[in-house]
Design a protein. Structure first.
Length: 239
């Protein structure tokens, strides 16, 4: 977290508002990504890691409440600040009950949004440190230590934040270590996509995990290729 700017995901279909938020977050030193609908936001959150999500309630596909509920059900606890156009107490309650961490009623002062984002980031920083101390699921691979619970890898002294998909993939490989696993099985079990058109997606993630875990990614010792099948994971490879 100290090495790279915090990433903010703005989920908002109103172009002007989204552009204004992007500009101001960038001026404040954040990296910003915009999703104009709930489904693309969901995809972005599975594939990349964000420090905070700014979530508009009114979206063209799912509403913000539903998206937030789905994220929490999927085990994604990225802080969510909801933007609602309605000041009805009902909406605030719905927002908080769907798992949002905070909400702002439109129109809002930008300075207030920025202050609330900073507050959420501080809170998750504390939570992360607490989690790190608990050492919940520590795995050691050569020069790399991975904490699956905190989704953090320490690679030769450098901290690397893992995405949810990278963590899920690694956890599945570890749980099934010693056994050859097909790409199809990984897509079904990790991506939960039965007929995903392109098994190359798996290979792309494997390349990324090898860079994290392997001392020599081109000659892997843990995440091995099995010709004609897929992959096999070895936690303690024989020397
Ligand atoms: Ca909207």
């Amino acid at each position: 977290m100290a090495d790279q700017p915090q990433a903010v995901l703005v989920v908002e279909d109103e172009e002007h508002l989204a552009a204004g938020l992007v500009l101001n977050f960038e001026l404040d030193g954040y990296r910003v990504e915009v999703a104009t609908e709930a489904h693309s936001a969901e995809r972005a959150l599975r594939e990349r890691r964000f420090g905070v999500v700014i979530l508009d309630v009114m979206l063209p596909d799912l509403d913000g409440f539903e998206l937030c509920r789905r994220l929490r059900e999927a085990g994604d606890f990225t802080p969510v600040i909801m933007l609602t156009a309605r000041a009805a107490p009902d909406d605030r309650v719905r927002g908080l009950e769907s798992g949002a961490d905070d909400y702002l009623v439109k129109p809002f002062a930008l300075q207030e949004l920025l202050a609330r984002v900073r507050s959420q980031l501080r809170r998750s920083d504390w939570a992360r440190r607490r989690e790190e101390r608990s050492n919940s699921e520590l795995l050691h691979f050569g020069e790399t230590v991975v904490d699956l619970g905190a989704r953090i890898a320490n690679v030769r002294g450098a901290r690397v934040a893992l995405t949810r998909l990278e963590t899920d993939l690694l956890r599945y490989l570890v749980q099934n270590s010693g056994r050859a696993i097909s790409r199809q099985e990984l897509l079904e079990q990790v991506w939960q996509l039965g007929n995903y058109p392109n098994t190359r997606t798996v290979d792309t993630f494997v390349v990324r995990l090898r860079k994290l875990l392997e001392t020599q990614p081109s000659e892997p010792r843990h995440l091995l290729s099995v010709r004609g099948v897929g992959y096999r994971f070895e936690i303690d490879p024989e020397r």
